[in-house]
Design a protein around this ligand. Structure first.
Ligand SMILES: [Zn+2]
Ligand SMILES: [Zn+2]
Length: 192
């Protein structure tokens, strides 16, 4: 006689706040919550610490993803050749990160000053796991692409070339301020 089982659903949420659809078969007497691999970090509402208060950890999976993106994206080939993936450290952070009230998914920093004497990387890309668990796998790929674009082949951080409000970009396109681009008259009565 086989043990009885039931199917439960991941307790995680996607970034549109809908419930994750992943399911898992568990034994009948399992009563607890289960989180899929993508949402496992949501189990810890306030982020969590590894043993010995380690909040940051090197991550090989991120490096693998970055390697694929560096191979595929032509605009990053200079970074791939001039900096080299071996000079980029990939780190996961297990704390909930916010910056100026906004959720931070990831950042890219240059190793400078005395740290350069101690750290065997020129750049460090950090993913904030609690926050990135809200993103789909494809969004995380774009996130990595975004962070890699911050690395300049000359060894310096490349700042964003656009700084804007996301609702403006959504409504009017990322080129709204470029020459010759037609935008609606936001004061017109037909435009709400
Ligand atoms: Zn899930
Ligand atoms: Zn950025």
């Amino acid at each position: 006689m086989g043990a009885e089982t039931k199917v439960i659903r991941c307790s995680g949420h996607k970034n549109n706040n809908s419930r994750c659809g992943r399911e898992k078969e568990v034994s009948m007497n399992f009563n607890g919550e289960w989180y899929c691999w993508q949402h496992e970090y949501q189990r810890y509402e306030h982020g969590f610490r590894l043993a010995h208060n380690v909040n940051y950890k090197l991550d090989g999976r991120m490096k693998h993803l970055a390697k694929q993106i560096l191979e595929k994206k032509r605009d990053l080939w200079q970074v791939r050749d001039a900096i080299g993936i071996e000079n980029i450290g990939f780190v996961r952070c297990f704390l909930k990160k916010k910056s100026r009230g906004k959720v931070t998914y990831a950042d890219c920093r240059k190793v400078t000053g005395p740290y350069a004497a101690m750290i065997p990387y020129k750049f460090i890309i950090t993913f904030y796991d609690y926050n990135t668990s809200l993103l789909s796998v494809n969004q995380q790929k774009i996130l990595m692409y975004h962070e890699l674009k911050h690395i300049g082949p000359n060894g310096y951080i490349v700042p964003h070339d656009i700084e804007d409000f996301s609702d403006i970009l959504q409504k009017y396109g990322i080129d709204w301020a470029s020459e010759g681009v037609e935008v609606p008259d936001i004061l017109s009565e037909e435009v709400v």
